[in-house]
Design a protein around this ligand. Structure first.
Ligand code: AMP
Ligand code: MG
Length: 417
């Protein structure tokens, strides 16, 4: 059974989740591309196509440890009647001399070594008696011309497209750029976010707290979530509930960030909600109620001469986390001129009942069993209950008009990364 209540005298002052997300994403400007060395390019997005300036591999070389030969010289080789060849030398990988293979001889060769002129096949060492340089090798099997040879350009020829503009650079793409000899690329770097936690009650974990104080958790949680989302993340030291100090912290953080994310100080508590109080005066950040649970009080706008975006998230850890995943995560890819990357979504069958406040979209913590196709709401759905969030691997979406969902209902879920 699904209980649906139509919005009658509903909380009309609330903005929908979708409209708020669109507003946030529309305000994000892609970062300008710049020249990035490969060490800084992890997670960057290519701004221009990259083509092969050299053949890949750059020269004919051996695919195996063995003997460079002329295939015709070993055509008659069998296990019973091996072909014996004098081994005239050895070519290790990295040897830049151009060796010459005389017909009727062999050269010992290692994987990746430059193929000697005159050779047209490599006999793997396993097909031989392993005869040494300066001695003779017994070869027990013939090979086709070209055997165990990696040809120049066999992976990519000069001018071939290696990676196209818009490609997100991950491990393999960085490997390919390096292999192709590119020390730098033109790319949009990972956007920089600074996380700022506000609250007089907050203390650094690892230090003692007095009654009335709690350990600060949002900045570490969100910094890690930000990195997963593709940001470079920094944490600002804890900021107390003081308007001037909040403004000074934001000012200081602006220079090194493309996005600021604060937590705390934006609910309805008046003068104690200092983030709201400090920013409301500036007129560039607006505060609203978003029709969601958790995470209703939200603020978004721009700061500083460059108009850098700021998201002010509520302080309760679960509210802050869900808000970050919904609104900040998709912004990361927009900074790199890519489509917003949202949490993966799916459908599952509720294996327990669920409730939601009317008029708000609920994101309930759930245990998703993807194989069984079921999701179970975890116990403890209040916004401060981080332990229950840690037991969840998904968010169950309860649409705005729905207040109750019975076990067995099909629901939308977001998979937590
Ligand atoms: P606020 O949004 O400032 O009213 O805070 C709401 C609740 O979240 C309060 O119980 C705060 O103590 C708690 N809270 C705020 N910021 C943090 C933080 N960085 N880490 C842990 N809890 C926090
Ligand atoms: Mg507070």
């Amino acid at each position: 059974m699904t209980v649906t209540e139509r919005a009658g005298a509903g909380p009309s002052a609330m903005q929908s989740v979708d409209s708020y997300l669109s507003e946030v994403l529309a305000a994000i400007r892609p970062l300008p591309p710049r020249e990035l060395g490969l060490d800084e390019a992890d997670g960057a997005v290519l701004a221009a196509d990259v083509t092969a300036a050299w053949p890949l591999p750059p020269f004919d070389n051996s695919a195996m440890d063995g003997y460079a030969v002329l295939a015709a010289d070993v055509a008659a080789a069998t296990a019973e009647r091996p072909v014996m060849l004098p081994v005239r030398g050895e070519v290790p990988a990295g040897d830049t001399r151009r060796h010459e293979l005389a017909p009727g001889t062999a050269l010992k060769i290692m994987t990746g070594a430059l193929l000697p002129r005159g050779a047209d096949a490599v006999i793997p060492v396993e097909w031989t008696d392993g005869g040494p340089a300066g001695g003779r090798v017994a070869i027990a099997r013939p090979a086709e011309p070209g055997h165990a040879i990696r040809r120049a350009g066999g992976d990519a020829a000069v001018g071939d497209l290696l990676l196209s503009a818009g490609t997100l650079l991950g491990p393999v793409q960085l490997g390919l750029l390096a292999a192709a000899g590119h020390g730098a690329v033109t790319a949009r770097p990972r956007p920089r976010v600074t996380l700022i936690s506000t609250g007089n009650e907050l203390a650094e974990p690892g230090h003692p707290v007095a009654p009335g104080q709690i350990w600060e958790s949002n900045s570490r949680m969100l910094a890690a979530a930000a990195r997963q989302a593709g940001f470079q993340a920094r944490r600002h030291p804890i900021v107390p509930d003081d308007k001037a100090t909040v403004l000074a912290a934001l000012e200081e953080a602006l220079a090194g960030a493309d996005l600021l994310v604060t937590t705390g100080g934006v609910s309805m508590g008046g003068e104690h909600d200092v983030v709201k109080a400090a920013l409301a005066d500036l007129g560039t950040v607006s505060f609203r109620k978003v029709a969601m649970q958790p995470g209703m009080p939200q603020g978004f706008g721009v700061l500083g001469s460059e108009g850098k975006p700021i998201l002010t998230l509520p302080g309760n850890p679960v509210s802050a986390y869900v808000s970050f995943q919904l609104f900040a995560r998709p912004a990361a890819s927009v900074f790199q001129d890519r489509n917003p990357q949202r949490l993966a979504s799916g459908r599952a069958t509720l294996s327990g009942p669920a409730r939601s406040p009317r008029g708000r979209r609920s994101f309930l913590r759930g245990m998703l069993d993807a194989d069984a196709g079921t999701v179970t709401p975890v116990s403890g759905q209040a916004s401060h209950q981080l332990a229950s969030l840690a037991r969840a691997n998904a968010l169950i979406i309860v649409p705005e008009p729905v207040t109750e969902l019975a076990e067995g209902t099909e629901v939308d879920v977001l998979v937590l990364p």
